[in-house]
Design a protein around this ligand. Structure first.
Ligand SMILES: NC(=O)c1ccc[n+]([C@@H]2O[C@H](COP(=O)([O-])OP(=O)(O)OC[C@H]3O[C@@H](n4cnc5c(N)ncnc54)[C@H](OP(=O)(O)O)[C@@H]3O)[C@@H](O)[C@H]2O)c1
Length: 295
């Protein structure tokens, strides 16, 4: 088995698109992206049938219910997509000796820490999105203890909807923006996360498709820590965008879902397992803005 068949779910999202772009760097792999129109993960009964058709060696699950605030009221939907569908993917992988690479979130943590969270730290989500993602992790590991779970944070890309694009849009529309400066974390360029996923696959292939060589939960973010206000500041600086940026406390910007105050993740386990120094978030942001023709 030298040319793995790889399925990317959530192919129309930020990370899904970046994985498909990264696929052009591995032309010998057989990679297919499938979007919601082909497989709606709310239809749990379709998952096995579609995977039986493709017979993948590897599934990269980039699909998720990512509307953090809406998840508070659309709990059933969030739970189907983030908790139950991943269990079905894992069960299929376990039965068919395939590798599941699933993406989870920093929002599984409460944010009460002031040092980066390690994989073994206690989880305690403060919103329903985080709860649904955490339940997804648990369900996956019940079905397949050798699945790969990569927790990441503050994802952005030239694709889809994200903070970087929102800041540039608000600056263009209003010339002024207020951003919270008391939530800390690590912005992650989906391009780098896709590369991180491909590193997992390369190691898996070089170990003769032995799931135990890669299985486990890892933290993956760009390096460095910032807050949303300082992230916005860098976006405007690097893109030479004129905008009046005002820092505000979270209390001045109430949202339906609470956010963790601090959600930086310690990535040392990933870096040592896959032998890769993950780029700093400022370097990643510069590359993303360049790819958007904004710098
Ligand atoms: N974005 C972040 O800041 C962040 C932070 C931490 C972790 N993560 C995790 O990173 C992963 C990738 O996120 P992302 O930023 O790439 O998210 P994204 O851009 O919102 O993409 C998610 C994709 O999932 C698809 N999807 C939603 N419901 C579906 C369903 N019922 N059936 C099939 N597909 C469905 C969406 O389809 P449509 O295009 O049709 O809507 C979308 O293409 C997710 O697991 C997310 O939880 C993200």
């Amino acid at each position: 088995m030298s040319q793995p068949i790889i399925i990317v779910t959530g192919a129309n999202g930020q990370l899904g698109n970046e994985c498909l772009d990264a696929a052009s760097r591995e032309p010998q792999w057989n990679i297919t992206g499938i979007g919601r129109e082909e497989l709606d993960l709310e239809h749990l009964g379709d998952i096995e049938e579609i995977m039986d058709d493709y017979k993948p060696d590897i599934i990269i699950n980039c699909a998720a219910y990512t509307a953090v605030d809406k998840a508070e009221t659309e709990r059933k939907k969030a739970s189907l997509i983030n908790s139950e569908a991943p269990a079905h993917l894992a069960a299929w992988c376990s039965k068919n000796k395939a590798l599941l690479i699933h993406i989870s979130t920093d929002y599984v943590f409460s944010g009460a820490s002031n040092i980066p969270y390690s994989e073994n730290d206690t989880t305690d989500p403060v919103n329903y999105y985080g709860q649904s993602k955490l339940q997804g992790e648990k369900n996956i590991l019940e079905e397949d203890k050798n699945a790969v779970i990569l927790r990441t944070s503050w994802v952005y890309s030239e694709y889809g909807h994200n903070f970087v694009k929102t800041m540039l849009r608000l600056a263009a529309e209003n010339g002024t923006v207020k951003v919270v400066n008391d939530q800390y974390g690590s912005p992650t360029y989906a391009h780098d996360l896709a590369e991180g996923i491909f590193n997992v696959i390369r190691k898996y292939i070089s170990n003769d498709f032995d799931k135990t060589s890669v299985g486990g939960t890892y933290h993956f973010t760009n390096s460095g820590i910032t807050n949303w206000h300082d992230f916005a500041k860098k976006i405007f600086e690097m893109s030479e965008t004129n905008c009046v940026l005002t820092p505000i406390p979270t209390a001045a910007f109430p949202t339906p879902a609470k956010r963790p105050e601090y959600s930086s993740l310690d990535t040392s386990k990933y870096r040592s397992a896959f032998n890769w120094e993950i780029p700093h978030w400022e370097d990643a942001l510069r590359r993303c803005l360049r790819n958007m023709n904004m710098s």
